[in-house]
Design a protein around this ligand. Structure first.
Ligand code: GLU
Length: 316
């Protein structure tokens, strides 16, 4: 038992939980529980326009039904704005940030010269880093939006050793340039909010989808600036549609709530996901029974393609 090993589940309440979310959460939960560690729960509800009322409660209910549990109080990000403002000030006082008044069309125009894409994002060429104060003031006066705050990046590779896929070397400056960390002191963007909260909760292990690998390098830059020890990272290959894209409605109904409504048992869902992951041969298992068979070495390294035939394995 080692309660000082701390992980977290961090759902964003923007839509119903589906098989893809659960597969990732399963790995996170099994990894920490097999080490006798602590699992925290954090609701990542800062992206307010996309957050829907009641979704967080529904997610927690589905998770409990599937056999997940967690320790301590649930952290809700929108209740932590004062803390985020402190972290923002600490970065700002180090001169690590600058305000950006570029519009989306400015960015597109600037990007045409250097079509450098990382993770389907446009690389920000740093326009506002060198914009004159006069021009900044003039642009702010003519805009109804508050400036975004970007982190100054430099041409330096960030390295980390993933629990599943081993060494990664990523250069955020080359991939995305100076990236947005906040839209105001108490309004952090995803990259900063995650790091700030993981530091506050003493998180030592982060297990999440492999679509966030490029973000890990950005977050490690923030750990350095905030003088905090980063966690270990494990990135779970995503469950994707036959078109190679992130799981979405058009790929069929993979929502946990729908399986529940059809009377499918939680053991069937957990067992099938564990079989697809290479953990067991059968399709029925209780989540807690998988702790003893869990190991990172057993897991498939490939993304799982959710074809209609595969989806129907859950209720066959
Ligand atoms: N809330 C994020 C998501 O649902 C997870 C972020 C993280 O684990 O760092 O994708």
């Amino acid at each position: 038992m080692n309660p000082n090993l701390i992980s977290r589940l961090a759902p964003s309440p923007t839509g119903a939980l589906h098989l893809g979310n659960i597969r990732t959460f399963m790995w996170a939960w099994l990894s920490i529980r097999s080490q006798g560690g602590t699992m925290l729960m954090r609701i990542e509800d800062l992206e307010t326009p996309r957050v829907k009322p009641g979704v967080a409660e529904k997610m927690l209910d589905d998770l409990r039904w599937l056999g997940f549990d967690w320790d301590g109080e649930i952290v809700v990000q929108t209740q932590r704005r004062n803390y985020f403002a402190e972290i923002f000030e600490s970065l700002k006082s180090q001169n690590a940030l600058y305000p950006c008044v570029c519009t989306r069309s400015d960015m597109l125009a600037a990007a045409q010269g250097a079509p450098n894409e990382g993770d389907h994002e446009l690389r920000y060429p740093g326009t506002c880093r060198t914009r004159s104060e006069l021009e900044m003031r003039d642009r702010s006066a003519h805009s109804d939006r508050a400036p975004a705050w970007r982190l100054k990046t430099s041409l330096r590779e960030i390295e980390f050793d993933d629990l599943l896929s081993g060494k990664h070397r990523i250069n955020p400056h080359a991939e995305v340039g100076d990236f947005i960390v906040a839209r105001g002191p108490d309004n952090p963007a995803y990259q900063l909010a995650v790091v700030a909260d993981d530091i506050a909760s003493h998180v030592t292990e982060v297990v999440r989808g492999d679509d966030l690998i490029p973000s890990t390098a950005r977050q490690l830059l923030l750990y350095q600036l905030l003088n905090a020890a980063p966690p270990r990272y494990g990135h779970v290959p995503l469950l994707i549609g036959p078109d190679g894209k992130r799981l979405a409605k058009r790929h069929g109904d993979a929502r946990i709530a729908s399986f529940r409504n059809q009377g499918i048992r939680p053991e069937r869902i957990i067992g099938t996901l564990a079989r697809w992951s290479g953990l067991i041969d059968e399709s029925d298992a209780k989540l807690s029974d998988l702790i003893s068979v869990w190991s990172w070495q057993k897991l498939n390294r490939e993304r799982v393609i959710l074809t209609p035939a595969k989806l129907s394995e859950i209720d066959s």
